[in-house]
Design a protein. Structure first.
Length: 505
């Protein structure tokens, strides 16, 4: 397959806001694909993951384009694989030469695609859901079967290959594998605690901790720990490894949160917890784990068991390390759990249906989060230079919500409130590092940093393309544990505009 077909299809997908049109365009190419790299390229990622091509190296490369499209997808995939494998003495020069060789064989539009592919500008985590629908359409397989296989494999290209070659039978062969992380199940915001209780019926109400999501896998004495983005951090958290190794089981997969606590047992700032994920074997700041789900126990997968059964297994294994909560509470007892969580310094509570299966990677209504202060996880699209005491620093943030149909994030507001001097200095460094365009007033950036925003409400507005605008938005914190595919959608933001005229109580 010619690489130009991937480039043309990607452009067609970007040019339409119709989910059906995106699915049709992607499915047409996936159906004819002969290499798994097609799927990877279409969602904006090399099949090898990050290949180590720096932003400046790629965009400073000046090579005359080829006038004819002759590159195949396999040519590009093999060239990127070879590029990623170059190391040792003189590697920089050999890598530059290899990259120039690839670009010399590409047309102008293919070069543009390659630049954006290698620097992450094409990376569209939000397009994964659309691609899964496209794989289902291309292979004539039910979407739920495709999504489950992706949940367990973690690879869109592997999922597509199995769907196209062996259909339902091949996809059904994917199993949870201890040591290989699965995509975490996500929660939706609830309007209020009483509404969540009424909607879910038989449920558990648990503390919602202000920590970092972890997934731990144990097989015998081997323990591996992953973040919510499936990045392995085992070497950074030896105290968690030691604790999990001591649990009463032979093999287990647990979902939970970890956080640093102060001497009174209350959570330390989120940034302190996250700082441990980049450290190597340090015990200067100990992390405490709290588990809320069990996906596998001693050779038995529990993903399809109701939460009630998974919690029973969890309590047997994790004991005192199970997150505090209460099953089947009435309204008064549920409210008491919320008060206890807030008094302990946590964010609020989670309300989960006890009949729900573990729908990994999906943000459904079976799990709902209740917080007294409403927040949104948004993507930073750009930032304005500050003035006065903030002169020389990037200050006023442009905020975007995720398009659930795979398009670029939609701007919903700006804010410079809530930024400390330390955070201003940090975001200036980080945002300049991912800048795509700069003017006298505004720096546009790759839409990859997620930031948590507190707000008083949402109102309808013609100022922004999504038709809504945030009211009195304030920065809570950056979320390095999340990627842009986990940001709140424009649909979530729009839904808030209908609550009491846009005010959030």
């Amino acid at each position: 397959m010619l690489f130009s077909e991937v480039v043309e299809t990607s452009a067609a997908v970007a040019a339409t806001r119709s989910r059906l049109a995106k699915v049709a365009a992607l499915a047409g190419l996936v159906r004819r694909s002969t290499t798994p790299a097609v799927v990877s390229f279409l969602v904006g990622a090399p099949s090898q993951g990050r290949v180590g091509a720096g932003f400046r190296t790629v965009f400073d490369l000046s090579v005359p384009p080829d006038g004819e499209a002759t590159l195949t997808v396999s040519d590009v995939d093999e060239a990127l694989g070879a590029f990623a494998g170059i190391s040792g003495k003189g590697a920089a020069g050999r890598r530059a030469e290899a990259l120039a060789g690839l670009f010399s064989r590409a047309t102008e539009s293919e070069q543009d695609f390659l630049r954006r592919l290698l620097t992450g500008e094409l990376r569209q985590g939000a397009l994964e859901g659309v691609m899964l629908d496209a794989i289902a359409k291309a292979s004539d397989v039910p979407g739920e079967v495709v999504r489950r296989a992706f949940m367990l494999s973690g690879s869109l290209s592997e999922t597509a290959s199995a769907a196209l070659s062996t259909g339902v039978e091949g996809l059904s062969a994917f199993r949870l594998q201890v040591g290989r992380p699965v995509r975490p199940m996500l929660a939706s915001p609830a309007a209020s605690l009483p509404e969540a209780l009424a909607e879910l019926g038989s449920c558990v109400v648990e503390h919602k901790l202000d920590g970092a999501r972890i997934q731990v896998h144990r097989q015998g004495d081997e323990v591996r720990v992953f973040t919510r983005t499936l990045r392995e951090i085992t070497a950074s958290v030896p105290e968690l490894v030691e604790l999990v190794r001591g649990l009463a089981c032979d093999s287990v997969v647990l979902d939970g949160e970890t956080l640093a606590l102060d001497d009174s047992g209350k959570p330390r700032p989120f940034q302190e917890t996250m700082s441990r994920f980049g450290a190597q074997d340090t015990r200067e700041l100990l992390l405490s784990p709290f588990f809320f789900d069990c996906l596998h126990r001693d050779g038995v997968d529990l993903l399809d068991e109701p939460l009630r059964a998974r919690l029973a297994a969890l309590r047997d294994i994790a004991g005192e390390h199970v997150i505090p909560g209460l099953s089947d509470p009435d309204g008064d007892r549920a409210a008491a759990v919320l008060d206890e969580a807030l008094d302990a310094g946590h964010e609020g509570v989670m309300v989960k249906s006890l009949e729900s299966v573990y729908a990994a990677g999906r943000r459904g209504r079976a799990w709902q989060k209740v917080k007294p202060v409403h927040t949104l996880d948004l993507v930073v699209l750009g930032v304005e230079w500050g003035s006065g005491r903030r002169k020389g620093l990037l200050s006023n943030l442009h905020l975007g919500a995720r398009d659930p149909d795979g398009g670029p994030p939609m701007m919903v507001g700006k804010t410079f409130k809530g930024l400390t001097d330390e955070l201003l200095a940090w975001q200036t460094r980080e945002l300049l590092a991912i800048a795509t365009d700069k003017s006298e007033w505004v720096v546009e950036v790759r839409p990859e940093l997620v930031i948590e925003i507190e707000l008083d409400g949402v109102q309808t507005s013609t100022r922004y393309p999504g038709g809504v605008a945030l009211r009195f938005a304030r920065v809570v914190r950056y979320r390095p544990d999340k990627d842009a595919a986990e940001a709140d959608t424009i649909d979530t933001v729009r839904a808030l505009s209908h609550k009491a005229g846009g005010a959030i109580g």
